[in-house]
Design a protein around this ligand. Structure first.
Ligand SMILES: [Zn+2]
Length: 461
C-alpha cells in the first residue's frame, strides 16, 4: 500500500467507520504539545474536573470513594480532590467488578486483558474516546521522528492475540495499514535470517518492539555480516521493558537511526515517550503522573512509584492507578520547545531472555503469556538456572484447585522443548525482588547474566 493512500484514505475511513476520533485528537495534540506548562496544567485541571464529575455520577465505585474521602466533586479544586483519593490497584479493580464500569459509554465497551508487571492478570475495558487519544498520542510521537500514520511499520512483537493473525480480517487490516508483524517469541537463528530478508523487502519507515528482541536481531545480523541498507527507516520505537544502554547502542549502531523509548502499559495507556533530544515527555493532555513514596506525593526529582490518572478513560476510569513501576518527575523544560513535562522511568518492566541449550533465545513473554492465559493462576515466577533447567513457582487463586503442577508443565513444555528440565512448585506466596518489583522471569542461563547485572546497577539510579 502506498503510504499516501494509507494515510489519507484508508486510515481516516477506518476511523470513521468504527466511530473513533483519533485524527481530531491528533490535531489537538499536535497543537497543545507546544503550549506553556501552565496552560497544559490548566487543560489537565479542566479534564480532571470533567472526569471526576463523570466518575461520581456514573461509576458507583468512584461515587463511594469520593464520598468516603469527603470530596464534593462540584465544589473542590480537583487536583486537591485527587490527592485525597486512595490509590487504586489491580486487586481493587478486579474486586469491584461491574461497579467500576460505565456501561453506557458511547461506542460500547472493549475488553482487554493484561498481566502487567506483577504477573497478576487484569481484565479491563476501554471506550472509543480513550482509544482515540491513546492512538493519537502514539501517532504524535511517531511524527517527532518524521514517521507518519500509514507509513510502513514492522513490529517485532509477541502477543499471541496479535500473532494469531491467521484470521483474514487482521491480515487485511495489517496490509491496509502498512503493518507487518514478526514473532518476537521465535528468535531461532534461521528465523532471524528470514526476518531480516523480509524486512529488507518490506522497507519499513519504523521498527517497533521490545528492546531486548531488537538488540538480539541486530546482534545476530552483525555477526552474520549482514548490512542494513534500507533507506527510509526513521526510528526504532521500543517499549514493554527497560531499554538497557547496551541494547540501545547495539540497535542504533546496526540500524543507523535513533532509538525512541516509550513508557506505558495496556491498562495505563500511553504515558510518556522520548523526543528526538532524548528527554521523556509525559503525554500530559491524556494522563496525570504522580510519584508516590511512603504514601505521599513527592516533588520533582524524588523517586517513587509511578501512579497515573488517565484523563480520557471514561468507560473504566483509572484514577490514581498504581503502575508498580518506579520513576521521578524531572524539573525544567526540554530544549525541543515542547511544554510537555518530563520524567524518568527508573525501572520499568524488566524481563530477561530465556535460553535453550541449542542457542535459541526466547523472550520472557513467551512463558508469561501462556501462564497468564491459564485461569486459576494468581501469581507466578519463572526461574531459569545456569544448567538451563527451569523452576516455576505458582500461586493459585482460591477458586482453582484444578491447576496442577503437571498442567502447568504441559502448558510450558512447547516453549522449552523436551531437553530442558521443568519443575513446577505450588507455593503460598512469591516475595518481591529487592527492588520491590515482582520480577516474573529471571534467567541465570547463558547470556542472562548481563541483563541481571545491568538491572542491578539501575535499581537505585
Ligand atoms: Zn523534548
Amino acid at each position: 500500500m502506498i503510504p499516501f493512500v494509507a494515510r489519507h484514505l484508508i486510515c481516516p475511513l477506518h476511523e470513521r467507520l468504527i466511530g473513533r476520533a483519533s485524527f481530531r485528537a491528533l490535531r489537538e495534540l499536535q497543537r497543545s504539545q507546544w503550549d506553556a506548562p501552565a496552560d497544559l496544567r490548566n487543560l489537565q485541571r479542566a479534564k480532571l474536573a470533567a472526569l471526576i464529575e463523570h466518575a461520581e455520577r456514573h461509576v458507583p465505585f468512584y461515587s463511594r470513594r469520593l464520598r468516603d474521602a469527603g470530596v464534593d466533586a462540584a465544589l473542590v479544586d480537583h487536583f486537591d480532590a485527587l490527592q485525597r483519593l486512595p490509590l487504586l490497584d489491580k486487586a481493587q479493580i478486579t474486586a469491584a467488578e461491574n461497579d467500576i464500569v460505565w456501561h453506557d459509554a458511547p461506542g460500547g465497551l472493549h475488553a482487554h486483558n493484561t498481566g502487567g508487571s506483577t504477573g497478576e492478570p487484569l481484565r479491563f475495558y476501554v471506550d472509543r474516546r480513550r482509544q482515540a487519544y491513546d492512538q493519537a498520542a502514539r501517532a504524535r510521537t511517531h511524527r517527532w521522528f518524521g514517521a507518519d500514520v500509514g507509513d510502513r511499520e514492522a513490529y517485532l512483537w509477541g502477543s499471541p492475540l496479535e500473532v494469531r493473525g491467521t484470521d483474514r480480517v487482521k491480515q487485511l487490516r495489517d496490509r491496509l495499514f502498512n503493518h507487518r508483524l514478526f514473532d518476537a517469541f521465535n528468535m531461532a537463528p534461521e528465523k532471524m535470517d528470514a526476518y531480516l530478508d523480509a524486512l529488507a523487502r518490506f522497507k519499513p519507515a519504523c521498527l517497533f518492539g521490545y528492546p531486548s528482541s531488537l538488540a538480539l536481531l541486530a546482534e545476530h545480523a552483525r555477526s552474520k555480516g549482514k548490512v542494513w541498507s534500507t533507506a527510509g527507516l526513521r526510528a526504532v520505537f521500543v517499549t514493554g521493558e527497560v531499554c538497557y544502554p547496551h541494547d540501545r547502542q547495539v540497535i542504533e549502531n546496526y540500524f543507523g537511526v535513533p532509538v525512541a523509548d516509550g513508557y506505558g502499559s495496556r491498562e495505563g495507556g500511553f504515558i510518556a515517550h522520548q523526543c528526538p533530544l532524548g528527554e521523556m515527555h509525559i503525554m500530559a493532555e491524556n494522563v496525570i503522573v504522580e510519584i508516590i513514596n511512603a504514601g505521599r506525593c513527592v516533588p520533582a526529582g524524588e523517586t517513587g512509584e509511578i501512579v497515573i490518572t488517565h484523563l480520557d478513560a471514561y468507560a473504566m476510569p483509572f484514577i490514581r492507578y498504581r503502575t508498580g513501576d518506579r520513576g521521578r518527575l524531572k524539573p525544567g523544560r526540554c530544549a525541543c520547545g515542547r511544554g510537555l513535562p518530563l520524567m524518568d522511568v527508573v525501572q520499568g518492566r524488566a524481563t530477561d531472555l530465556l535460553h535453550l541449550p541449542d542457542g535459541t533465545v526466547k523472550h520472557a513473554l513467551s512463558v508469561i503469556y501462556p501462564l497468564r492465559a491459564m485461569p486459576g493462576i494468581k501469581r507466578f515466577r519463572v526461574t531459569q538456572h545456569e544448567d538451563f533447567a527451569v523452576t516455576v513457582d505458582v500461586v493459585r487463586d482460591d477458586r482453582a484447585e484444578r491447576i496442577t503442577p503437571d498442567a502447568v508443565a504441559d502448558r510450558l513444555r512447547p516453549v522449552f522443548g523436551a531437553d530442558v528440565g521443568l519443575r513446577v512448585d505450588l507455593v503460598d506466596r512469591i516475595a518481591p525482588a529487592g527492588s520491590g518489583k515482582y520480577r516474573y522471569v529471571v534467567s541465570h542461563a547463558a547470556g542472562g547474566a548481563r541483563h541481571i547485572a545491568e538491572e542491578g546497577m539501575k535499581i537505585d539510579a
